[in-house]
Design a protein around this ligand. Structure first.
Ligand SMILES: Cc1cc2nc3c(=O)[nH]c(=O)nc-3n(C[C@H](O)[C@H](O)[C@H](O)COP(=O)(O)OP(=O)(O)OC[C@H]3O[C@@H](n4cnc5c(N)ncnc54)[C@H](O)[C@@H]3O)c2cc1C
Length: 303
């Protein structure tokens, strides 16, 4: 059985920051990543709000963290953690491919995109439905698309797509937006972007390939069809915490309950976007990573 001091689940900004701090505290660290190191930020073309870095691509930011964590000796396991249980005063981590025992666990599994939750969404994903404008926008060059959502991601997506597509609709279920006013103003000023407000997508049209959507007016209930080549879904996120149900307390939305000390339970620490908190950003994920790692290191060193 492979044993370590600290098992970190998730190699996003929080997990990799935790690895850097835990290694510098002299601990053995195994970090699990189920998809690819970097987490959500990898696909973002430009990050310009991380203190002292100026403008940097999401990929370069993530790789900087990854290189720093692995050069310090963090061991990476490319696998999805399926279950964590308490065992002999420590923890048993089960992943698709094996098991590891750890004295302490840091959960840094972040969040993933929420779905529209309409029939056919899964079948049409990759055939007109996308959750990442930066990744898939180029496939829709010169075409007509819609972005669904009203937060920062929706407006960032609309901006990216407006530079590629002939027409971009921004569909939002209310009149107000959660996005920052500057982002809204920028997109409002783009000639090929049209806002469709008080509207929600209730059905997808197309067999094997998206042809359009049915929109319902959230005030009148009136329905209309909109012909589209693509739909980019940006309606928020869900924390990736199902594997830890029963192990830690989660709130209604699934976020793991912990304060700024990042302590979720005895020997279990939580860092980044999967923790209950107000601001979910790179800088707060990195801060959580450092707090969780130092607390976990102290926990491992106790008598
Ligand atoms: C489009 C977009 C643009 C953004 N732009 C900015 C920005 O400009 N500035 C900013 O500060 N913030 C930005 N953010 C927010 C920022 O990306 C997040 O706050 C940050 O990524 C959170 O880091 P994290 O490590 O908590 O989670 P994540 O980045 O979500 O990383 C979690 C990792 O855990 C892995 N994982 C999940 N479950 C398991 C499991 N069971 N086993 C193994 N691995 C698992 C995932 O694959 C993922 O790699 C943006 C977010 C998005 C979506």
């Amino acid at each position: 059985m492979v044993k370590t001091d600290i098992a970190i689940i998730g190699a996003g900004t929080a997990g990799m920051s935790a690895a850097i701090y835990a290694k510098r505290a002299g601990k053995d660290v195994i970090m699990f990543e189920g998809y690819m190191p970097g987490g959500q930020i990898v696909v973002t073309p430009e990050v310009d709000n991380y203190p002292a870095l100026g403008k940097v691509s999401g990929y370069d930011f993530a790789m900087g963290l990854y290189n720093q964590a692995t050069e310090l000796g963090t061991e990476m396991i490319s696998a999805n953690v399926e279950k964590v249980t308490r065992k002999d005063g420590g923890f048993l981590i089960e992943y698709d491919g094996g098991e590891v025992e750890a004295k302490a666990v840091i959960i840094a599994t972040g969040a993933k995109n929420r779905k529209l939750d309409v029939d056919g969404e899964e079948k049409l994903t990759g055939f007109g439905i996308s959750y990442c404008a930066t990744c898939d926008g180029a496939f829709f060059k010169g075409r007509t698309v819609a972005v669904v959502g009203g937060g920062n991601t929706a407006f960032e997506d609309a901006e990216v797509l407006a530079s590629l597509c002939s027409k971009v609709y921004l569909v939002h279920r209310r009149e107000g937006f959660r996005a920052e006013p500057e982002k809204v103003a920028k997109v409002r000023g783009m000639k090929n972007v049209e806002f469709i407000l008080n509207a929600k997508v209730v059905a997808l049209k197309g067999d094997g390939k998206l042809e359009g959507v049915i929109l319902e007016d959230t005030k009148t209930g009136e329905r209309k069809e909109l012909a589209l080549d693509g739909v980019f879904v940006a309606v928020g996120q869900t924390p990736s915490t199902d594997a830890f149900a029963g192990l830690v307390e989660r709130d209604k939305a699934g976020y793991i309950v912990a304060g700024e000390d990042c302590i979720a339970a005895n020997g279990i620490f939580v860092a980044g976007d999967c923790r209950t908190k107000k601001v979910r950003q790179l800088v707060t994920a990195a801060a959580d990573g450092s707090v969780a790692a130092l607390a976990a290191s102290e926990y491992c060193s106790r008598d």
